[in-house]
Design a binder for this molecule. Sequence first.
Ligand code: RM4
Ligand code: MN
Length: 393
Amino acid sequence: MSVQAAEAREILARQHIETPSWAFGNSGTRFKVFAQAGVPRDPFEKVADAATVHRFTGAAPTVALHIPWDAVPDYGKLAAHARDLGVGLGTINANVFQDDDYMLGSVTNPDPRIRRKATDHLLECVDVMDATGSRDLKLWFSDGTNYPGQDDVAARQDRLAEALAEVYARLSADQRLVLEYKLFEPAFYTMDVPDWGTAYAHCLALGERAVVCVDTGHHAPGTNIEFIVAVLLRAGRLGAFDFNSRFYADDDLIVGAADPFQLFRIMTEVRFGGGLDPLPSDRGAIAFMLDQCHNIEPKIPGQIRSIMNVQEATAKALLVDRAALAAAQAAGDVLGANGALMDAFATDVRPLLAEVREAAGLDPDPMAAYARSGYAERIVAERVGGQQAGWGA
Ligand code: RM4
Ligand code: MN
């Protein structure tokens, strides 16, 4: 085995990808939410499904929560339940986009009462983090305007900065604020955090534990996401990924389904920027997360497939011959340099990943192993009655 393949194996063996609790609940578009049999009724069942994804992939040891979708009276109990099933609770995602009060915005709302209410929710999410031991608070704001003149654009930035500063000050030294941006939707004229530059500017003002989340679905068509990744990594502010695929807008499809080449290019920049290097502790590590909805496909296999797609893109990125690439770049050999990347992308990495799984005591084919396991049939039989979880839009 080449040194390159040996190193790739080692990095792949410890790659972690967080699953989102909401991927296991019912979801849909604004036209229809299709309920699926066996869907979790509560956060405990969501965690059980996340643990099942980890059982077959060995690569998804944590699950992200969304508050209040996953609100429980006792977070210690939920964390213990997760531990019993072999996983941990990860990022806490705040939700200030589903209350009637937030029609004109949450932390940027012109009404100070509503701003207070929204900021208080964010602070409560930090309380949840304290109870779950989570490192990251992920903030995505639906705030924005639909019409020119609707509100003062700069004043909204001031209100946002004020709320973020209050939340940042509440975090402990080992917690991070992860700010996510999105180009448009639900606001269609201005979003208050529309792009990485705005997110980065707020993070710079806050301090070094404020970092940016790149949700791969949250860009204009044709955006060079890997460039953004390289720039943020260089600045030490790439905090997290929300992985998903888009054909048109924020489609939330399985990562790597629409454009595996783009995912490869992203993971290549992550590797080059040191984002896959071993760290002394997990404190500064990039959070690789899925943020997806499985509207028409079964959810647990959808998550397993997503993990495998990220692993494949990562494996290909790790197989780029960096020495050959650097030599070609230094010599101004445009086609040679491009060829070094394309050779890696063209490699079938599935046998390598199968070996990595077998070495970890896993089935080399997680999709087939899950299908054989009977888990899908069991949850359909057991989860009868009650109210299925869903994102409630
Ligand atoms: C948003 C954003 C957030 C996610 C919600 C459900 O579009 O991507 O990360 O928490 O959707
Ligand atoms: Mn997201």
